[in-house]
Design a protein around this ligand. Structure first.
Ligand code: GRG
Length: 294
């Protein structure tokens, strides 16, 4: 294991312990806690909290317990969105993170409530972290904007309504800015907020996060097509069956790849701008962009 990957897996352990602790101290019905824990424990890349911690470390040179606690709240909100996204009324998925989806194990009602529980608990915990009140308010307000109707929830609605028609590239981008971009943007910005950076720096970090989110979505769309085609030959892809608007659907595979390259270049130029301001290369953050090369 390299130093960098050892550090990442150590951070993931710390995050998982923080989420575990949140659930252990929650006074709620045990079945509900079991359903919440099931999805939190199912793994996942933890890319959002890892980005928060990478930005915080870049600016201050350290990661402290309160940073981990904030990052854990972000992962809880992401996990809630996946539970709800998998429901029969939405994407109707049977598997998530390599395991049966929450509603397959606990039933639809409990899955809705486990998602609700993760969402609200994340906000409750965020307000109790030992940080300056102004920092808590900024983190909470921006998280509500990113996760709510103006961000992820609104993007998900745009995605569902878009199934009835062919979206333009600009419309598709708006949907994905909300659905995938807003929370990734917030995850990055939270690192800069925790590091008490000035608005100009926070803006660059947020711009990076939003474009990282778009790249993440395009990459996910491309991988979906590539892996389905490899497994199923010419069989209908799940997104096509759902009438989903995707980048490969709109631009073709080569066009989507080209668009991904553009988004990654925007992210690199944001990191270069940060390097010029801070006088230090954001090497860990540059490494995050390697994800899109696999
Ligand atoms: C239900 C309010 C609500 C929102 C759902 C997250 C989301 C919005 C939809 C997920 C659909 C999807 C597969 C989007 C593609 C990009 C994406 C967000 C993938 C899932 O995130 P990862 O790859 O998952 O970070 P892991 O499991 O690694 O955490």
């Amino acid at each position: 294991m390299t130093n960098a990957s050892g550090k990442m897996s150590n951070r993931i352990d710390q995050l998982e312990q923080a989420m575990d602790q949140y659930l252990a101290t929650l006074q709620a019905p045990s079945k509900l806690k079991e359903a919440m824990r099931y999805s939190l424990d199912a793994g996942g890349k933890r890319i959002r909290p890892l980005l928060t911690l990478a930005f915080k470390e870049y600016f201050t040179g350290e990661v402290v317990t309160t940073d981990i606690d904030v990052a854990a709240c972000i992962e809880m909100i992401h996990t809630y969105s996946l539970i709800h996204d998998d429901l029969p009324e939405m994407d109707n998925d049977d598997l998530r993170r390599g395991k049966p989806t929450n509603h397959k194990v606990f039933g639809q009602a409990m899955a809705v409530l486990a998602g609700d529980g993760l969402l609200t608990t994340a906000f409750e915990r965020l307000t109790t972290i030992s940080l300056a009140p102004a920092v808590i308010v900024e983190l909470t307000h921006k998280l509500a904007l990113a996760a709510g109707a103006q961000g992820m929830v609104g993007g998900q609605v745009g995605d569902i309504l878009g199934e009835q028609k062919q979206l333009t590239l600009a419309e598709l981008q708006m949907v994905h800015e909300g659905k995938t971009g807003a929370l990734l943007q917030y995850a990055c910005e939270a690192g800069a907020i925790l590091a008490a950076q000035p608005p100009t720096v926070k803006e660059i970090v947020a711009h990076f996060g939003l474009n990282f989110g778009l790249a993440f979505q395009i990459y996910d769309d491309i991988q979906d097509v590539v892996s389905t085609t490899a497994k199923m030959g010419k069989k209908v892809h799940k997104d096509q069956a759902h009438n989903k608007n995707t980048y490969p659907g709109l631009l073709g595979l080569a066009g989507a790849q080209e668009h991904l390259t553009k988004m990654v270049a925007i992210c690199r130029s944001d990191l270069l701008q940060l390097e010029q301001i801070m006088g230090q290369e954001p090497s860990t953050l540059n490494e995050f962009l390697e994800y899109f090369k696999r």
